[in-house]
Ligand binder design. Sequence first.
Ligand code: ZN
Length: 349
Amino acid sequence: MKKQLLTAVISGAVILGGSTFNPPVADAAGKGPEHQGNETVNTQILHSYKEMMSDLERQNKKQEHMEVEVIGQTVKGRDIPLVKYLNNPDNPTILYLAQQHGDEALTTKGMLDFIKSLGTGKMKDVLEGVNILMIPMYNADGAMADVNYELEGYAAKGPRHLTRYNANHVDLNRDHAERTQPETQALHQNVLQKYDIDYMMDLHHQGAQWVKDGKYVSGAIFYPHPNHTNEDVLYRSKQLGAVVYDAIEPKGWGHLAKYAGKGSTYSPGIGVYGIANQYDISTFLFEMRGTADNANDFEVLGQKSNGYLTKQTVVAMEETARSISSGAILKEDISFWGDLPVQESILED
Ligand SMILES: [Zn+2]
């Protein structure tokens, strides 16, 4: 049976927020972080694989320092592009990874916006101090729902669906230890084992049901598992998170909690844990609120929230690149992690 959002709890949250007005959820059309989004998502407005590739091609022609390397192919034979800005081998390197789950689409849009911004004067100095690697659409088959299984009851409208799994119905973010899939093999052999990477930000979306202090979160953040990560590597992961927290939380729409969800328990197959463990890369998980398509209604967030969720991705990428480049990240205080509440779900079982 489908889980249902608890309307009563949401109304309670509005009162906690200081308002005596108690609107039905369907009327909460604020379009900001508090928006519950019962409107549908039209997948036409999300980047298709083809549109993502032509965006990269366009920027590659314009930008002198940008390179694109194909690191392998998906199950269905789509090239997986790695975008590279490698100005100086002595600089620290960060890898940004988007859309391991094909239904988590706005991080790809955010990454493409970030790539565009790297071609402008505003980010020119930043590139002098940091090497940047990016995979904008890791699970392209899932993003296009070009898969070897049926999708039933998916919520989105438009020319295509999007699904979490790859074409073989494997969750790529559970495959980082066994590496049974071509996408995972490409990432490990041709990126993680080939480049000297210091930091990795793994960009996702989560269900729309998570709250902190009675208010919907704009996102959730997490570091690798303390029991399975080198101490220094873990410390630098927490510093990466501090940069993101300081950049996002003060924004009007920013409301971050500590992650709790499907991936809370340690498994080496999960990227944020396994990649830190296997390669001593300081990993960081960032989950934006709400997915683009799903068979569970509570996972999907309507498209009216797209603007701030995309912006959240761009800000996180720009500020981490800037902080690594200047070296400011090395002085980041990690104590906020101790006070950051774990998000809570408003779903009933
Ligand atoms: Zn995900």
